[in-house]
Design a protein around this ligand. Structure first.
Ligand code: FAD
Length: 324
């Protein structure tokens, strides 16, 4: 059974769903990317079959290089065999050149992709609904009865419960003390004139072509915020980025915000409650839910069903150990 109220501004619904193998100013390989990318791709393809809708699109990422130092870094990575599957020796900006202001150079990352996370949630929700597996409500911790071996929640009983609440886990009485951070991000949905390029563009921020012909433009990282709603300050920042990048007129269609479930050490949070052996957590996907979600959900499922050990790097016990 899934208990979920179907809120609108959750991280997964606001995210671009980018799978980006090469990140950071120094162009490093994203953590565990060699394992995560093939697993994620296969999982989304399987989900496409289950749900009968397209969810995953391979799209290269064009990355603007602003100066000779950045170009040098990029070129030196190209010579590293570990990076070879993820970088093209030559980039082809194609139609982007007519949409953006002149840039120093481009690099092009491959094995990247875009997951339609909001579409996945919409269709998967419908699937669990038709299989009578959805309780459309906020989970009320007070109603969880732990008095016997089986857990009881209202009219339902279960062997175990897994909390997957994104950044709201900090309010969870069982797991509220883990070192969550929570990075708010805001995005604009815009339209641009003319035919759409196929590739994603990383130029100060991301411009991601959407299936409906519009573009996802974002995002920023805000560490102090009052709530998860869009703000005029971030809208102004996003518009500033668009003005810096584009050389064509644009129209703003929508403005959204959500909070990423980031963790102090930037690693997922999987594991069991230290006192209650049938209460679990799956969280901490941070800025990379699209790539990390499938692999670690599978890892969690193996732990729950086959008792295979949790990788210590993602096990919440890494924090218990530090406290003692
Ligand atoms: C602006 C932005 C851009 C992003 N871009 C990318 C990207 O391009 N690529 C990428 O990989 N990642 C991206 N991310 C990060 C990604 O969105 C997250 O890693 C991922 O969505 C986290 O998923 P989650 O299910 O843990 O959390 P969420 O998506 O926040 O979902 C939490 C769920 O828990 C439910 N919930 C919470 N509390 C309760 C309760 N008490 N009872 C019942 N249900 C509850 C909520 O309703 C929600 O459905 C982005 C995030 C943001 C905000």
């Amino acid at each position: 059974m899934v208990v979920d109220p179907g809120l609108e501004n959750t991280a997964s619904k606001v995210a671009a769903g980018i799978i980006n193998p090469i990140t950071g100013r120094r162009f490093v390989k994203s953590w565990r990317i060699d394992d995560l990318v093939p697993f994620a791709r296969q999982t989304y393809l399987d989900l496409e079959v289950l749900l009968g809708v397209p969810l995953f699109k391979s799209r290269n990422i064009l990355r603007t290089l602003h100066n000779p130092t950045e170009l040098n870094h990029w070129m030196s990575r190209l010579g590293d065999p570990g990076f070879e599957p993820y970088m093209l020796p030559e980039s082809d900006p194609g139609r982007w050149t007519s949409l953006i202001q002149a840039v120093y150079a481009f690099g092009e990352a491959t094995q990247a992709g875009q997951v339609n996370l909001s579409g996945l949630l919409l269709h998967f929700r419908h699937w669990i609904q038709t299989h009578h597996l959805l309780i459309e409500d906020v989970f009320d911790y007070e109603d969880l009865d732990r008095s016997s071996d089986m857990l009881r929640y209202r009219d339902w009983s279960a062997q175990s419960i897994v909390f997957c609440e994104g950044y709201q886990a900090k309010h969870n009485p069982y797991f509220g003390n883990l070192p969550y951070e929570g990075a708010k991000g805001e995005v604009l949905h815009i339209s641009l004139p003319g035919p759409q390029p196929d590739k994603m563009l990383r130029h100060h921020f991301f411009l991601v072509p959407q299936e409906d012909g519009t573009y996802w433009a974002g995002s920023n990282y805000i560490w102090r915020y009052e709530n998860d709603q869009p703000t005029p300050e971030s809208r102004a920042w996003l518009i500033g980025q668009l003005e810096k990048v584009l050389n064509v007129p644009y129209e703003i269609i929508d403005h959204k915000a959500a909070i990423r479930p980031t963790v102090k050490d930037r690693r997922p949070l999987l594991g069991v409650h230290p006192e209650f052996p049938n209460i679990f957590i799956f969280n901490g996907l941070g800025t990379k839910g699209a790539s990390q979600g499938p692999f670690f959900a599978h890892h969690m499922a193996n732990y729950l069903t086959a008792h295979s050990p949790i990788d210590p790097e993602v096990d919440i016990r890494r924090f218990h150990a530090k406290n003692h």
